[in-house]
Write a protein that binds this ligand. Sequence first.
Ligand code: NAI
Ligand code: MG
Length: 335
Amino acid sequence: MMHRITLIPGDGIGPEITKATLEVMEATGLKVEWEVFEAGTSAIEKYKNPLPDEVINSIRRNGVCLKGPTTTPIAEGFRSINVALRKELDLFANVRPAKSFEGISSHYKNVDIVVIRENTEDLYCGVEHRIGDFAAESIKIITAKASTRIAKFAFEYAKKEGRKKVTAVHKANIMKLTDGLFLECVRNVSKEYPDIIYEEIIVDNMCMQLVRNPEIYDVILCPNLYGDIISDLCAGLVGGLGVVPGANIGDNLAVFEAVHGSAPDIAGKNIANPTALILSAAQMLKYIGESERGRKIEKALEIVIKEKLCLTPDLGGNATTEEFSIKICEKIKEL
Ligand code: NAI
Ligand code: MG
């Protein structure tokens, strides 16, 4: 079956890791008609707009997008492309799996966590203002609608993926009204899923527990800001930003992207690790009904990393991005 997918190669290392990811997908025999768009700094130069309307329209039309990292413009007046995409398309759920890879040195061996983060509200919206010279105020809004929606998403995800436990993260001991409402909504939803264990934990304790004993966590459900922080912490548990995928999901729309940014420090050097984007693509394939091909990609990555056949510098090797992707493609063809 031929798929139509929007593709944003992105900035910095984006084009290099996107090329690697496309090669890997092609090696599975996948047939895709890509609609390729520039977004980010390259689009600013061309269109004076980091996120042209055609990009949004293309994603709406196709329902699916694979996105490389984009540099957030520092210049005044331009918003973050990621925040804008999530908002325009109402991609309310951010899904970030962090799973240990055999072969990557880490203090932890059996981490298999999925952080599900509410993507549309909370302090992360950046609704702020200065009060004169000596104070500033930021507004944290939590709604029952968004909290219930993300809770349903998390429990449905757990059910579908055969996961056992959902842990809700909060600071309702202090933010009794906002985080309190979030918890109240999650608690209500949890009652509809008696087969899934439900627990709650305060965010600071969550950080401590994750560093001491991450193996006992399964699905972790967070409001926006805590989710941003906790998901990077979880990436650190399994080998860093180069190996964790991500997805932004709404009703009938999804954008798949790595958690990391455009890594300007290593851009153009052919040494970036494409694993995170390749794993994001594997998630995307499962989403569009190509699970078999998605699993093949994951398996090939697992073998290449475990047997240390070919590792990029961030994982202690000296392979180039290109060599790494060639090795993954070879493995896929053997499977
Ligand atoms: P970053 O994630 O780009 O880089 C942090 C560190 O990790 C750097 O040392 C980088 O070399 C390394 N790194 C990241 N990805 C890697 C990979 N695939 N392989 C090997 N090493 C890798 O974060 P930073 O430097 O804070 O942000 C750079 C730009 O990216 C900023 O403009 C930021 O706004 C943007 N950004 C974009 C995101 C997106 O499009 N989803 C997400 C995060 C940041
Ligand atoms: Mg972040």
